[in-house]
Design a protein around this ligand. Structure first.
Ligand SMILES: Nc1ncnc2c1ncn2[C@@H]1O[C@H](COP(=O)(O)OP(=O)(O)OP(=O)(O)O)[C@@H](O)[C@H]1O
Ligand SMILES: [Mg+2]
Length: 218
């Protein structure tokens, strides 16, 4: 059995990220991966880390790169018959994401362009996020960074450090319902998606916490 990862609160995790910037790998760049269930606060935590690094070192030192940029397009999901479980592990371009992480770790391109996910149109958009060579911390975050299946399983070996974001389940589901309603669903549909579709994904993601270097409680 691997040892249970140590748990940190958000302030301590931010301090930890600042040490990665101060003492990066030989490439000059650390790539931090944040995993966690839907709505656990991964994107929010990543934004806080980037903001703290920016405050300490100025702009252009840290960049957030979401795994969500590798959502398959809605046309591809429809062709595959997977539109009803968007967000499940087989609705992402896993190999494409692992390839991007390799390039971000190598830090040998003038600029590496990453895709983003545009919630307004509910689609990934290629070439959205610039990661210039000088970036010293990339914070990449998403559901399946610690999954046991290939090619996801390659990620912990590539990333400088991995964190698992943990939030009380009732709080997490309430936040998801709120967000799904802001995205245009009524309350019943928002709750059903949060507990059924997101819930199935959470049951796959939660047991991957023991593969993280640290658990961050948010
Ligand atoms: N510490 C916090 N306190 C209060 N609300 C929070 C906190 N962290 C996140 N939230 C809210 O919870 C919701 C989910 O957070 P966030 O988008 O960061 O999660 P996520 O893990 O990235 O979700 P997803 O898997 O869907 O991308 C958002 O509406 C966000 O504003
Ligand atoms: Mg997110």
């Amino acid at each position: 059995m691997p040892p249970t990862p140590a748990a940190l609160d958000v302030a301590a995790a931010v301090e930890r990220a600042l040490t990665l910037v101060a003492d990066p790998p030989p490439t000059g760049r650390a790539v931090l991966g944040i995993a966690g269930s839907p709505g656990s606060g991964k994107s929010t935590l990543a934004r806080r880390v980037v903001a703290a690094v920016t405050e300490a070192h100025g702009p252009g030192v840290a960049v957030q790169v979401p795994m969500d940029g590798f959502h398959l397009a809605n046309t591809a999901l429809a062709a595959l018959g997977r539109s009803d479980r968007k967000g499940a592990i087989d609705t992402f371009d896993a190999a494409g994401y692992v390839a991007l992480v390799r390039r971000l770790v190598a830090a040998d391109e003038d600029v590496t362009w990453a895709p983003d996910f545009d919630r307004r149109v509910d689609e990934p958009v290629a070439g959205s996020i610039a990661v210039p060579r000088a970036v010293r911390l990339v914070v990449t975050e998403g559901n399946y960074l610690l999954d046991r299946d290939e090619p996801w399983a390659l990620l912990p070996g590539l990333l400088t450090e991995t964190w698992f974001c943990r939030t009380d389940d009732a709080v997490r589901i309430d936040r998801l319902v709120g967000r799904h309603m802001r995205d245009g669903r009524d309350h019943a549909a928002a709750r059903a998606w949060a507990t059924e579709v997101d819930g199935a994904n959470a049951r796959r993601i939660e047991p991957t916490a023991d593969r993280a270097d640290l658990v961050v409680t948010t």
